[in-house]
Ligand binder design. Structure first.
Ligand code: DAT
Ligand code: MG
Length: 138
């Protein structure tokens, strides 16, 4: 079976709302393994590399500002097809329409909401996961 590793970030809203434990619980309940974990105050340089694919998009600046507004929890997670699997646990990008049962669907706030405040990040491919894990677990 294709055991993969992915980068999960609990974003500043998730940390501030004390949802880190709930998110870890869901990762562990699915049977994935925690390989490494750290609390990080990300700087602009790290975030610019992490979100390089979104540079120039209208939501880029608010996204980076939000991500540097407080600590994030970076987690290296391993498991069978965990890259796709964690994105399934997270739900779709916009919490307003994310399905119930997903992290974003269950906990994403539907008032005063900004789309970047969607609690978690998960790598979207093997290439992204390799690249992002090297950035956050240098
Ligand atoms: P995902 O985090 O689901 O992989 P993405 O990689 O397309 O989504 O975008 C990265 C983050 O940028 C996302 O988590 C929230 C923010 N974002 C994406 N699309 C947005 C939009 N249309 N308006 C505001 N923020 C957006
Ligand atoms: Mg993405």
């Amino acid at each position: 079976t294709p055991i993969e590793e992915t980068l999960v970030l609990v974003k500043p809203d998730g940390v501030a709302r004390n949802l880190t434990g709930e998110i870890l619980r869901r990762i562990e309940a699915k049977g994935y393994s925690l390989v490494d974990i750290r609390l990080v105050q990300a700087d602009r340089e790290l975030l610019a590399k992490h979100y390089a694919e979104h540079e120039g998009k209208p939501f880029y600046e608010p996204l980076v500002e939000f991500m540097e507004s407080g600590p994030v929890v970076a987690i290296r997670v391993a498991g069978n097809r965990v890259i796709e699997g964690f994105r399934s646990l997270a739900g779709t990008t916009d919490p307003t329409t994310a399905a119930p049962g997903t992290i974003r669907g269950d906990f994403g706030r539907d008032w005063g909401l900004k789309v970047q405040q969607n609690l978690v990040h998960g790598s979207d491919s093997v290439e992204s996961a390799d690249r992002e894990l090297a950035l956050w677990f240098a």
